[in-house]
Ligand binder design. Structure first.
Ligand code: NAP
Length: 322
């Protein structure tokens, strides 16, 4: 019988996936919810063929260099690979895979959810109801802003950006986008208008939604200058990565009325929030849950499993990042 590949997980995945992983591989994973880190991780990694961290874990050069020569694949559970030192992996000849597509719909749903929640002031209203401070409905109570018909500016028209555009059409929104490359087919199919110059998108959009990856080029894409270009009535939605936004500038802009509000799933220094952010009533704040449905988290696990199996058979994962 062939020896099973040694696979190390930094975190537990949904149980259905864990059961299949344990059947197919010689699996090491934390016993309970939590993270395999520090000495325990270093010990586990001494015998490792496949390292499977989650997208939330930093996989930097010291960790990559500590992997034994037997480790040929780092199979990331998630899409964004900004926490992985791709150059260090390349130097060691280690292949990287991720799990695109399977979390696209849920992350796009969450972006639309954040738009509705922020424009319609869900958080403020819900808090008042729960605290027993609600005096009943009134003509001027909790006036928000209408989502239907607004102009949406999508930055990064990839899988998730496009899924957001599809959903936004159901709200009769006017669609603008800026991306690294132009997408003529999507423009035709979904009525998207390409803006080559990012500042034009900031000026025209009622809602700016971020869906590009975090790279050195996109880090702090939203800074005080970008925020000042936006309309005072505009909203920022971020389900991409926290570091796309200079958070201190955003807090100041939300406080000073430079923009009207923000809906955030991700933060610059997760899980810490910049000072003042938690107090702002015009911000909706979620705990990085873009892909957090049982369906997506299982699909991400099974996709990782397929990547590992394909890699073991052919030397290449299905979803190769680098
Ligand atoms: P994707 O399909 O690769 O799309 C990314 C898009 O961004 C691509 O269209 C790309 O353009 C564009 N882009 C790259 N650099 C850019 C730049 N400098 N300026 C403008 N656009 C740029 O990725 P995806 O699957 O949609 O995921 C997007 C991001 O969402 C991930 O990287 C991840 O950080 C984030 N995410 C968050 C959650 C969450 O839980 N909140 C869940 C999943 C993903 P080209 O098409 O020309 O390459």
């Amino acid at each position: 019988m062939n020896k099973k590949a040694k696979v190390i997980l930094t975190r537990r995945w949904p149980e259905r996936v864990m059961a299949e992983m344990a059947e197919k591989f010689d699996l090491t994973a934390p016993e309970k919810e939590g993270i395999l880190a520090g000495h325990a991780l270093v010990r586990a990694l001494k015998a490792c063929d496949i390292f499977a961290p989650s997208v939330f874990d930093a996989v930097q050069a010291p960790l990559i260099n500590a992997l034994p020569d037997s480790t040929r694949l780092i199979a990331i559970y998630g899409v964004g690979v900004n926490q992985v030192d791709l150059a260090a992996a390349k130097t060691r000849g280690i292949v990287i895979s991720n799990t695109p597509d399977v979390l696209t719909e849920d992350t796009a749903d969450l972006a639309i959810g954040l738009m509705l929640a922020t424009l319609r002031r869900f958080h403020e209203g819900e808090t008042m109801v729960r605290q027993g401070r609600w005096q009943g409905p009134s003509p001027l109570g909790f006036l928000g802003r209408k989502l239907t018909g607004k102009t949406l500016g999508i930055i990064g028209l990839g899988r998730i950006g496009l899924a957001v555009a599809k959903r936004a059409r159901a709200f009769d929104m006017k669609l603008l986008y800026h991306s690294r490359s132009r997408k003529p087919d999507a423009e035709k199919m979904f009525g998207l208008n390409y803006l080559d110059v990012l500042s034009d998108l900031f000026k025209q959009a009622d809602i700016v939604s971020l869906h590009c990856p975090l790279t050195p080029e996109t880090r702090h894409l939203i800074d005080i200058n970008a925020l000042r270009l936006m309309k005072p009535s505009a909203y920022l939605i971020n389900t991409g990565r926290g570091e796309l936004v200079r958070e201190t500038a955003l807090v100041a802009a939300l406080k000073d009325g430079v923009i009207a509000g923000a809906g955030l799933d991700v933060y610059e220094h997760e899980p810490r929030l910049s000072r003042g952010l938690a107090k702002l009533s015009n911000a909706t704040l979620l705990p990085h849950i873009g892909s957090a449905t049982l369906e997506s988290r299982e699909a991400m696990g099974f996709r990782t499993l397929q990547n590992i199996e394909h890699f073991l058979k052919t030397g290449k994962p299905l979803d190769i990042v680098a």
